[in-house]
Design a protein around this ligand. Structure first.
Ligand code: DX5
Ligand code: ZN
Length: 208
């Protein structure tokens, strides 16, 4: 059983409400937040997330690609985030971030970029709901999945059996079976779902 999380980054930004309606059978909506510092791109702010909150009942899986996520936890929670994920490579303290996320009422996640070892998730990993194994360098959709990071799924699950492990970047019909075989619980899929002729069928096939 794998959960499918379409990434809003690949949606048509001029009609986000219609785009979100196309994927209402998904398990969650993955929302990439970029600050132009941690990654060389800028995406959505809390206002966009809040505007979508009453358009869908999907769980909001908010992926913060921010150098300093701390000041943005409360605003994104208020905007409707259910899961808030920070990067282990960011400049804020992971334990303080987890405490802030949990006390906001959201669940916490931590993401590791392709070049970062799974061991960068310290013992504090036991307080997380999920970890995100990035299979592309964060910043842009539509990139090719790197196979090497998939080994981190096993390493993380071995240390933290309760964790849900999400794979993010380059997931499509060709690469999804590899992610599932490596033990992924959640597949983020942007381009593959939103550019598909039939996003529902694409999600069903990704989950097979
Ligand atoms: C990359 C983002 C991904 C991205 C995935 O920085 O974190 O979530 O949107 O897009 P695809 O599925 O197109 O690789
Ligand atoms: Zn993402």
């Amino acid at each position: 059983m794998v959960y499918i999380a379409p990434s809003l980054l690949a949606a048509d930004f001029s009609a986000l409400d219609r785009e979100v309606a196309k994927i209402k059978q998904a398990d969650m909506l993955h929302i990439d937040i970029m600050d132009g510092h941690f990654v060389p791109n800028i995406s959505f702010g809390p206002g966009v997330v809040a505007a979508l909150r009453d358009k869908t009942r999907l769980l909001f899986d908010v992926h913060l690609m921010l150098e300093h996520p701390m000041p943005y936890i409360a605003p994104f929670r208020k905007a409707g985030a259910d899961v808030i994920t920070f990067h282990v490579e960011c400049k804020d303290d992971p334990e303080e971030l987890i405490a802030a996320i949990r006390s906001s009422g959201a669940q916490a996640g931590a993401a590791v970029s392709p070049g970062t070892p799974a061991s960068a998730i310290g013992d504090w990993g036991r307080h997380l709901r999920q970890t995100t194994v990035m299979t592309v360098n964060p910043g842009f959709g539509g990139q090719k999945l790197m196979l090497d990071p998939l080994r981190k799924i096993f390493q993380l699950k071995y240390r933290f059996p309760h964790l849900l492990v999400e794979v993010d970047g380059g997931v499509n019909l060709e690469t999804a079976p590899l992610c599932k075989a490596a033990g992924a619980d959640i597949l983020v899929a942007g381009t593959s779902v939103f550019q598909a002729e039939d996003p529902y069928l694409e999600m069903r096939c990704l989950a097979l």
